[in-house]
Design a protein around this ligand. Structure first.
Ligand code: PLP
Length: 455
């Protein structure tokens, strides 16, 4: 980097430290850490304010599916800003983009869905799902059926209810979470939690049995919903073991427990189908989506509901006089226009077929690391995957957490011009869906160089 860029960066860094409270950052350490200031992006690459280029193998935070320079999305956003920069959808108001987007989502949904509610983030979508579960059970005369079961290592967001649904320690600790009525059951990570010699199918049976026992112990009349990411993202890209969702859903049906599919990461081609629910056989009553819904270009999320849920909620709102929930920016005309254009691009540019054609190369590329002396497990589906490091792969012994193995490897990758994400000892890959075969090779070449330096 040249001296002028360096001094401009130094000033920016000082200002960042002075003024900016960062999410998911060690705030105590931040003053000693040089922030990475990203200035621009093109295709699957981003560039920092000192002119260094990185291959963004995480699509930012699992969201920039169409890469960082899609002209159609920029145009759709700009036109919407010039036509109707803001309007709301409360009290029977609407706009053309929100209407078309809702219609399109219903047409694309992995199971029949009746209506779409819009919010601005995955957290808000999941918070909305929680409130819908509660409202629904009041509406159908089962006011005790309110507990929601989530899973350890799940990530569903950070608002009070979504953080409670999440099953990760830092999201709860010292925030006095989770709130009442949100429970956690076992994480379906076969590599980490299966008994020695236990098959994926046997492990799935054991977890489904444990779920049933938990529902019985709580009282089936008190359990309203179960929430799951098809592939658990922030928990470490955990792909469900064979037969898991089939067995879990049999239990849910038996006790009339609704299923919420959190498709915030998996939605829109990521797992090799339009939705992770299709890849893994989920039939949700409520589905939440965000991130790739707009390729991350603008904040928007969606909650799709089945007719069973919608009918009860609508009838109840009729009694009360309104459905007392909604955000100022629900169905915002600019975010809806960008999301609508994103979905059109998925269809017109055959992005799903592209993902399906690249997935074998991507997954094989990841699996080449399986024999590495410090790799415990390699896992993934479609264009998402992770490599889990281990101190001793033979005994599945993890590294001492104080060694920050995943973070060290991610830092080495950054030095090689590659952005991956560390989650404990796992390092995740979730590249833009527009990545080409040659760029997949380039991604793994950069990662090879990082791995060669990892000890
Ligand atoms: N659900 C899942 C599966 C996520 O991965 C995330 C974010 O990473 C969220 C929900 C929360 O979304 P947001 O950060 O937009 O609130």
């Amino acid at each position: 980097p040249n001296a002028a860029l360096q001094s401009a960066h130094a000033e920016r860094a000082a200002n960042d430290i002075a003024a900016h409270l960062h999410p998911f950052t060690n705030l105590a350490a931040h003053p000693q850490v040089d922030p990475l200031v990203i200035e621009r992006g093109d295709g699957i690459y981003v560039q920092d304010d000192q002119g260094r280029r990185y291959l963004e193998a995480m699509s930012g935070l699992w969201c920039v599916s169409l890469g960082f320079s899609n002209a159609r999305l920029a145009k759709a956003g700009s036109e919407a800003l010039h036509t109707l920069p803001c309007y709301h959808t409360f009290n029977h108001r609407s706009n053309a983009a929100a209407i078309a987007l809702a219609e399109k989502l219903i047409a694309m949904a992995p199971v029949p869905m009746s209506k779409v509610f819009f919010a601005n983030s995955g957290s808000e979508a999941n918070d909305t799902a929680v409130k819908l579960v509660w409202y629904y059970h009041n509406a159908i005369g089962k006011p005790a059926k309110k507990k929601i079961i989530a899973r350890r290592n799940a990530y569903h967001g950070v608002t009070v209810a979504a953080a409670s649904l999440s099953g990760l320690v830092p999201n709860h600790r010292d925030f006095d979470l989770p709130i009442d009525r949100i429970l956690h059951v076992d994480c379906p990570h076969h590599y980490r939690y299966a008994e020695p010699g236990e098959t994926e199918e046997a492990f799935a049976t054991r977890l489904a049995d444990a779920l049933e026992q938990r529902i019985l112990a709580e009282g089936p009349d008190t359990v309203g919903a179960f929430i799951a990411e098809p592939v658990m993202g922030a928990g470490g890209v955990l792909v469900p073991p064979a037969t898991y969702f089939e067995k879990v859903q049999a239990v849910l049906r038996k006790y009339e427990v609704l299923l919420i599919a959190d498709e915030v990461i998996c939605g829109f081609c990521r797992t090799g189908e339009m939705f992770g629910s299709t890849t893994f056989g989920l039939r949700p009553d409520i589905l939440t989506a965000a991130k790739a819904l707009s390729s991350g270009y603008v904040p928007i999320s969606a909650v799709m509901v089945s007719e069973q849920v919608h009918a009860a909620v609508a009838a109840n709102s009729g009694k009360i006089g309104t459905f007392g929930h909604g955000f100022t920016y629900s169905g915002h005309p600019v975010t809806a226009a960008v999301a609508l254009e994103t979905l059109r691009i998925y269809e017109e540019e055959k992005v799903l077929a592209h993902v399906q054609s690249l997935a074998p190369q991507f997954q094989a590329g990841l699996r080449r690391y399986a024999g590495h002396p410090h790799v415990g497990e390699v896992r993934g589906a479609g264009l998402i995957g992770a490599i889990e490091l281990a101190a001793d792969p033979a005994t599945r012994t993890p590294f001492d957490p104080a060694m920050k193995a995943g973070a060290r490897l991610a830092e080495l990758a950054l030095q090689e011009g590659l952005i991956v994400r560390a989650m404990g000892d796992a390092v995740a890959f979730c590249p833009p869906l527009i990545i080409t075969p040659a760029q997949i090779d380039e991604m793994f070449e950069r990662f090879d160089r990082a791995m060669a330096r990892f000890e």
